[in-house]
Ligand binder design. Structure first.
Ligand code: F3S
Length: 398
């Protein structure tokens, strides 16, 4: 990979050890993936934040770093709600270690908003055509498939290296040739809400890492596309998908000219509505916690939950995960939700919090959580529509 003269000097150690190591990571990735050069990134999103997932080794590594990031950089969810961890039953020791991790990132100039939906916070960190270095798989999918920006699925270290250098190697989803769909998925029947997470759960398992293009009978909202991409990235490794008729379009098909990529479609499948309905019934455990907001809820999703919970009282633990920025921006919506006894949880989520392991069965409305909760928490997970989740939380099975 070609490096500019200033980049070569960083690689030689002119700007210190940490910058040298950051450049080494990017140069090694560029060489492995045959990138021609480094390209500037607009923003980074950095995974490897929860003490539950990175442990003492990760804390030590981050604490040894110095320098300042060159582009807006946002953290992925941590293991605690930074204000309510006691109430949620997190240990003092875990919370202290978690705060040390966040402090270490903050010293590098990283925005310590811990969320998998950085695009809900501000529009200027990712716009159509921007190159990014984001880590969290649902955020990567949203950036590529909804915003029309370009990012690979970075590991924590490579996203951090990109943040410090302000660049990333030009390979993978940064290049037109890797953004052309090879799998066409026709979906039968109208979908809404959680159906998109169920669809993603099935489609991700079929697609693996292939770029897919969906033909749908209904038009999804951005939140439904968020749910679809998150689930596909969890049950498969899908970082980019398209929906026929909606931007972004595959390269060359910007005006919706399907023939531009038709010749590259190697496989066509149909997913029937009954298969999607079947995902709801995969597990029938009796939930002792209901947890929504995977990925973190948008303002619209919070408002929907406030309306569904109006006048009700929850009788089970009910988490609604979102970013702290949105919680702070919408105090009236949050107050409406919490008057039911549900908890609007920030900075963390039902998968990366250590608390989730205490429950036997979690009801979720997310295909991603359905895939990850059993793996990461050892807890059974059952999928429900939002309305079913609210019914379960208020103890009204009917
Ligand atoms: Fe976000 Fe946690 Fe789900 S990081 S996508 S809420 S597993």
């Amino acid at each position: 990979m070609h490096l500019t003269a200033p980049d070569e000097r960083i690689l030689a150690g002119e700007q210190g050890y940490v910058m040298q190591k950051a450049m080494e990571i990017l140069a090694a990735l560029g060489d492995i993936y045959d990138a021609d050069r480094l390209i500037p990134v607009k923003s980074t999103q950095i995974a490897g934040v929860s003490y539950k997932t990175i442990g003492d080794a990760g804390l030590e590594w981050i604490s040894d770093l110095s320098g300042v990031v060159r582009v807006p950089s946002i953290l992925n969810p941590a293991g605690i709600d930074r204000l309510r961890w006691r109430e949620l039953g997190v240990s003092e020791e875990f919370a202290a270690k978690q705060e040390q991790i966040i402090d270490a990132y903050e010293k590098l100039g990283i925005i310590t908003e811990c969320t998998c939906t950085p695009y809900h916070l501000r529009d200027d960190i990712a716009e159509t055509g921007d190159h990014l270095a984001w880590s969290e798989s649902s955020a990567v999918s949203y950036a590529n498939s909804v915003i029309g920006a370009r990012t690979n699925r970075e590991g924590g270290p490579s996203a951090l290296a990109a943040a410090l250098i302000g660049k990333t190697p030009n390979y993978g989803y940064h290049l037109d040739e890797n953004r052309i769909p090879s799998l066409a998925i026709r979906v039968e029947g109208e979908l809404s809400g959680t159906d998109y997470g169920a669809l993603g759960y099935i489609a991700g398992g079929i697609a693996g890492a292939k770029v897919s293009v969906f033909s749908l009978e209904s038009v999804p909202t951005d939140d439904e596309r968020k749910a679809l991409g998150a689930a596909m990235a969890a049950s498969g490794a899908v970082a980019l998908y398209y929906i026929e008729g909606l931007p972004p379009h595959p390269p060359g098909g910007e005006r919706g000219h399907r023939y531009v990529y038709e010749r590259d479609i190697a496989e066509r499948i149909t997913i029937e509505h009954s298969e999607i309905a079947g995902v709801y019934g995969m597990c029938r455990c009796d939930p002792d916690i209901i947890a929504l907001g995977c990925p973190h809820c948008s303002a619209e999703e919070l408002a929907e939950l406030r309306d569904l919970l109006a006048g009700k009282t929850v009788t089970k633990e009910f988490w609604i995960c979102t970013s702290r920025a949105l919680r702070n921006r919408h105090p009236d919506i949050v107050a409406g939700i919490e008057s039911s006894g549900a908890k609007v949880i920030c900075d963390t989520c039902m998968v990366v919090s250590p608390v989730c392991a205490r429950y036997d069965c979690m009801m979720v409305a997310s295909g991603k959580a359905l895939a990850y909760v059993p793996q990461m928490c050892g807890t059974d997970a059952v999928l429900g529509r939002i309305e079913d989740c609210v019914r379960a939380a208020v103890g009204d099975a009917g």
